[in-house]
Design a protein around this ligand. Structure first.
Ligand code: NDP
Ligand code: MG
Length: 381
C-alpha cells in the first residue's frame, strides 16, 4: 500500500487524480490533503477518501470546515504543521497541484523527500526551477511531470540521447482564440477566454492558455525538468491537442508524442506507476481510423515578445521567472475581475517585466522577500 498526499485536491488536477484513485482505493493510504477555501468540495472528498489530515490555507474556510467535519480526519492549523508532520512521516507519493506558488514550501518538501513527486504545479518550476531540480536530484526523488507536453517529452527523452537532438517543440492548442490576431482578441470577455475547446482546467491556467503565457511557462518548465538548451526549445500551434511534443533529431527526422487530450494519462502513470492498459480503454487513439486532420502552425508573430521573455528567464534565471509569473498573475486577476481588457494582460507583462529590477534568488526567503517587493510595486501602478 502506498501513502499519498495531495496538494490542491479540490482543483481540476486534484479531482482527476481522485477519479483514478476511486478505482484503486485499496492500493493507497491517504495522508495529507491540502486546498485553499473550497469547503463543500473538501467535505465531499474527506467523506469519501478519509485522509488522515487536511489543511486549508484560507482561515475562515478552515474554521467553517472544522465545524462541519464529522469524519476522523484531523485539521492542521498552519502550513508549518503540515511540513513538520510530513518531514517525520513522509508520503510515498506527493501530487503537487496547487494553482500558484503560494504553497511553494509544500512542493519543496516533496522535492526533498527522496520519494515520488507528481509535479503539476508549473509555477514552482517557473519561479524556482533551478533550486527545485537540485533538491530533486540530490535527494533521489522520482519525478513525474503532470503536464501533457512534459509527460510526452519524458517518454520521448527516455529513449533519445541528448546529443542527437536538434530542436524540441512543445505544442499549444492556441486556446479559444487560435488563429486570431492580438487586435482581434483585444476585447474578448472572460467567459470567452474561459471557454477552452480541448481542455477542462482551472480558471487561471485557462486564461494563461488563451494568452499563450501558459505555453511560455511550459518552455521554462521543460528547460528545468530536462536540463535543455533554451535555444533548442520552440513552440508550435497544434489546435487539436493530439501532438503534445516533438523531438527533432540532427538528421531532420522527428519523433512526435501523441495522445487524446486528457490529464488522466500522465496522472495514471504517476499514481499507478505503470503504463496501464485500463487507461488505454478510455483514451485509445482509435480516432486515426477515422479521417482525422492534424494541423500545425507557427507561434503567432504578434506575441513573440512573450518568447523573448521566456528565453530571458531560461538564460538568466534569478528573479526573472518570478517577475514573469507575478506580473502575469496580477494581470490575470485584474482581467477576471473585469478591471482590464484581454489585450491589457500583454501590455502589463511587456511593460513591467522590463521595468522590475532583476536580481539573484538564493533562497526561499529571498524569493518571498522579492515577491513582496514586486507585489508592492504592482499595487502602486
Ligand atoms: P484549479 O484552479 O482547478 O485548482 C487549484 C487547486 O489549488 C485547488 O485545489 C485550490 O484550492 C488549490 N489552491 C489554490 N491556492 C491555494 C493556496 N493558497 N493554498 C492551498 N491550496 C490552494 O487548478 P488546476 O487543477 O487546473 O491546476 C493546478 C496546477 O496544475 C497549476 O499549476 C496548473 O498550471 C497545473 N496544470 C493543470 C492542468 C490542467 O489540466 N488543469 C494541466 C497541466 C498543469 P480551492 O479549490 O480550495 O481553491
Ligand atoms: Mg500543458
Amino acid at each position: 500500500m502506498k501513502s499519498l498526499s495531495i496538494f490542491g485536491f479540490t482543483g481540476s488536477i486534484g479531482s482527476q487524480a481522485l477519479q483514478i484513485l476511486r478505482k484503486h482505493k485499496e492500493q493507497f493510504s491517504f495522508e495529507v490533503f491540502v486546498c485553499n477555501s473550497n469547503v463543500d468540495k473538501a467535505l465531499e472528498v474527506i467523506n469519501e477518501f478519509n485522509p488522515k489530515y487536511i489543511f486549508l490555507s484560507d482561515k475562515i474556510a478552515k474554521e467553517q470546515l472544522k465545524n462541519s467535519l464529522s469524519a476522523k480526519t484531523e485539521i492542521f492549523d498552519d502550513i508549518s504543521d503540515v511540513i513538520t508532520y510530513l518531514k517525520s512521516n513522509p508520503s510515498d507519493i506527493y501530487l503537487s497541484a496547487i494553482s500558484s506558488f503560494d504553497c511553494l514550501e509544500l512542493t519543496i518538501l516533496a522535492a526533498e523527500s527522496g520519494k515520488k513527486l507528481l509535479l503539476a504545479n508549473k509555477e514552482s518550476l517557473v519561479v524556482y526551477g533551478e533550486v527545485l531540480m537540485n533538491f530533486i536530484k540530490n535527494s533521489g526523488t522520482e519525478l513525474v511531470p503532470i503536464d501533457s507536453e512534459h509527460y510526452s517529452l519524458m517518454n520521448s527523452l527516455n529513449n533519445i540521447e541528448k546529443d542527437h537532438i536538434d530542436r524540441i517543440f512543445i505544442t499549444a492548442s492556441g486556446g479559444p482564440f487560435v488563429g486570431q490576431s492580438r487586435l482581434e482578441i483585444e476585447n474578448k470577455k472572460p467567459e470567452e477566454a474561459l471557454d477552452h475547446p480541448n481542455w477542462d482546467m482551472g480558471n487561471k491556467i485557462t486564461i494563461d492558455s488563451a494568452t499563450l503565457v501558459n505555453k511560455c511557462f511550459e518552455l521554462i518548465e521543460a528547460k528545468y525538468l530536462f536540463d535543455l538548451d533554451p535555444d533548442k526549445l520552440e513552440i508550435l500551434i497544434q489546435p487539436q491537442s493530439i501532438i503534445h511534443s516533438m523531438v527533432e533529431l540532427k538528421d531532420g527526422s522527428v519523433e512526435a508524442q501523441m495522445s487524446l487530450p486528457s490529464m488522466i494519462i500522465p496522472l495514471s502513470f504517476g499514481l499507478l506507476g505503470e503504463y496501464s492498459d485500463k487507461t488505454k480503454k478510455d483514451f485509445s487513439l482509435d480516432m486515426f481510423k477515422e479521417d482525422v486532420k492534424l494541423t500545425i502552425s507557427d507561434f503567432p508573430k504578434d506575441r513573440e515578445e512573450l518568447i523573448g521573455i521566456s528565453k530571458d528567464v531560461m538564460k538568466n534565471g534569478g528573479n526573472r521567472g518570478l517577475i514573469f509569473a507575478a506580473v502575469n498573475d496580477f494581470a490575470v486577476k485584474k482581467y477576471l475581475k473585469g478591471e482590464i481588457n484581454f489585450g491589457e494582460i500583454y501590455n502589463l507583462i511587456f511593460q513591467h517585466y522590463s521595468k522590475i529590477e532583476k536580481k539573484e534568488i538564493l533562497s526561499l526567503e529571498d524569493l518571498r522577500d522579492n515577491q513582496r517587493k514586486i507585489l508592492n510595486y504592482l499595487g502602486s501602478i
